[in-house]
Ligand binder design. Structure first.
Ligand code: G1P
Length: 292
């Protein structure tokens, strides 16, 4: 069956960024001039996924406006002759089917995915988390779809993290079966270093068979009292195989202040219009700042 839909859970409070996230979705935070969520949406569109299901919450309206057509702004840019900006603005609204569904209570990532069930129906689908930007020459979702086509089962993208970071992620235990592909034996959500079965961390891109919904319905609250997607995958493993694809891409986790700052810095250094000035500025700081 074709993979046609992607679920983007975007209802979280963004507590790590309060008070900035009190009225403003963290997904709309800019990486210079592009909001984080736009990177995630573009990745889906580039992989041929046109139906984007946003699982939103009360204070997430700006996301809907961002992907909508803004005729007033388009007219203004056209009249002002700002063709490049106009093209850019029009590109953003190129999702053919944005679908917004409310997660009324925030009971965890697993619960957010379950909320999308009536829209997804009984077909395979992608889940992309709104915090993580992946930079790679080849689209990661396209690669995951290829693995799905080969095995017909769920696929999780993982990346290798440093030992000290295993407690920030879902960690898999897997058997290597071919280049960068593993068959998953177990998963643990945010384990302590001593309890982590490996350093292969779930990066925030999943491709599920619809059977995950059955499992989400019976997943008890786990880490942090929340219904964890990782726990539902563990239940899924009892019935069908789950594969993992190890990515060697650059992963930007914008969900923490440090990750957000380093992402912006990295992207700025890749831009011709900013690079030189930024380097000059960093150099001047390094002279001034005593070593920590
Ligand atoms: C979620 C998942 C975790 C995964 C991570 C990737 O955690 O629960 O398994 O490794 O996303 O970013 P969160 O970062 O939402 O706490």
């Amino acid at each position: 069956m074709e993979v046609r839909k992607a679920v983007l859970p975007v209802a979280g409070w963004g507590t790590r960024f309060l008070p900035a996230t009190k009225a403003m979705p963290k997904e709309m935070f800019p990486i210079i001039d592009k909001p984080v969520i736009q990177f995630i949406v573009e990745e889906c569109l580039d992989a041929g996924i046109e139906n984007i299901v946003f699982v939103t919450g009360r204070h997430k309206r700006p996301i809907e406006h961002h992907f909508d057509i803004n005729t007033d702004l388009e007219k203004h840019l056209e009249n002002a002759g700002k063709t490049e900006l106009l093209k850019n603005i029009m590109e953003i609204s190129r999702i053919t089917n944005p679908i917004y569904i409310r997660q009324k209570e925030q009971l965890g990532l697993g619960h957010a995915v379950l909320v999308a069930e009536p829209v997804v129906g009984y077909e395979p689908f992608i889940v992309s988390l709104g915090d993580v930007i992946i930079k790679d020459e080849e689209n990661i979702l396209t690669k995951m779809i290829e693995v799905y086509k080969k095995f017909g089962k769920s696929v999780i993208a993982v990346f290798e993290v440093e030992e000290k970071d295993v407690s920030k992620y879902g960690i898999i235990d897997g058997r290597h079966i071919e280049k960068d592909i593993y068959i998953v034996d177990n998963l643990v959500e945010k384990p302590k270093v001593a309890e982590a079965p490996s350093k292969l961390a779930i990066v925030g891109r999943y491709l599920f068979t619809p059977r995950i919904f059955e499992k989400l319905k019976i997943t008890p609250p786990g880490k942090g009292g929340e219904i964890q997607l990782t726990d539902a995958i563990k239940l899924l493993l009892e019935e069908e195989a789950v594969y993992a694809i190890k990515i060697n891409s650059r992963v930007y986790d914008t969900g923490t202040p440090l990750g957000y700052i380093t992402t912006i810095l990295d992207f700025a250094l890749q831009r011709e219009d900013l690079r030189e000035e930024i380097i000059r500025y960093i150099r001047s700081l390094i002279v001034e700042i005593p070593e920590v």
